[in-house]
Design a protein around this ligand. Structure first.
Ligand code: NAD
Length: 253
């Protein structure tokens, strides 16, 4: 434990799996009290148990980030337990089925936007309200390199992540003088269950992705978590409204 986030209260949405799981562990390792929020109760409870086994403190709250009532209840539960929320990592997101723009279904569009855009906005809205009341805080939104450049056969996912970048930058401007920093992390393809699902549908996906990355590999969830920890800590005290790429150089091409 390095204690850079000692006794800070940190929320991770989508904390049951992949990047959220790695982030929850990394925040706990820095001494934060972690709140794991997810629609996957078993997965979320397993992460909480893992943090407990490592000597950290965490609790799970079921929350569908696309539902306002769930998000309100989530923030109330955190404040009820700890009295504050210092760091919020809005990570929950879905990829949808791979399809070109003309072949994407309206149902997929609505689902991706509801979770990736409305979900991040709802979380930010209620986190910011609390952070204003308590005098400050830090928010990290997990966008994607698909929030900076196009993504072949994931057009709505790319649109949703561009929207997350827009929400991040706008809110960063709005609340800088309220002592709230709001940044986005933009990973390229990272080895998580989300990507395992993509490989099942498109077997060539991982190989093509590796070939297209200057570092010739996928990212690891822990590499994204390290950027999130830095953005949550005082070490990044003048970083606000930024899009931090964790992409092996992908968007530098
Ligand atoms: P994942 O599928 O492994 O984990 C996502 C988690 O979010 C799951 O635990 C899931 O249950 C949860 N979730 C889904 N819908 C939810 C909802 N409505 N409310 C609450 N929780 C919900 O995915 P991951 O790869 O770890 O992705 C995490 C985030 O990182 C996503 O926002 C994703 O878009 C982004 N991202 C992933 C990659 C990648 O290559 N894996 C790259 C860039 C960005």
């Amino acid at each position: 434990m390095n204690n850079t986030l000692r006794e800070k209260v940190a929320l991770v949405t989508g904390g049951a799996s992949g990047i959220g799981h790695a982030t929850a562990l990394a925040l706990a390792a820095e001494g934060a009290y972690v709140v794991v929020a997810d629609v996957d109760e078993a997965g979320g409870q397993a992460v909480v148990a893992e943090i407990g086994d490592l000597g950290g403190q965490a609790f799970f709250q079921y929350s569908d980030v696309s539902q306002a009532a769930d998000v309100v209840a989530l923030i109330e539960a955190i404040v009820g337990r700890y009295g504050r929320i210092d760091c919020a990592v809005n990570n929950a997101g879905i990829e949808g089925l791979p399809a070109r723009t003309a072949d994407t279904s309206e149902a997929d569009f609505d689902r991706i936007m509801a979770i990736n855009v409305k979900g991040v906005w709802l979380c930010m809205k209620h986190e910011i309200q609390r952070m204003i009341t308590q005098g400050g805080g830090v928010i990290v939104n997990i966008a994607s390199v698909a929030g900076l450049v196009g993504a072949h056969s994931l057009p709505v996912y790319a649109a949703s992540k561009h929207a997350v970048v827009g929400l991040t930058k706008s809110a960063a401007l709005e609340y800088a003088r309220k002592n709230i920093r709001i940044n986005a992390v933009c990973p390229s393809v990272v080895r998580t269950p989300m990507v395992e699902r993509a490989v099942e549908i498109m077997p060539q996906f991982a190989e093509a992705t590796i070939k297209g990355n200057p570092s010739r590999r996928l990212g690891e969830p822990e590499e994204v978590a390290a950027a999130v920890v830095w953005l949550c800590s005082d070490a990044s005290s003048f970083t606000n409204g930024a899009t931090v790429t964790v992409d092996g150089g992908f968007t530098a091409q």
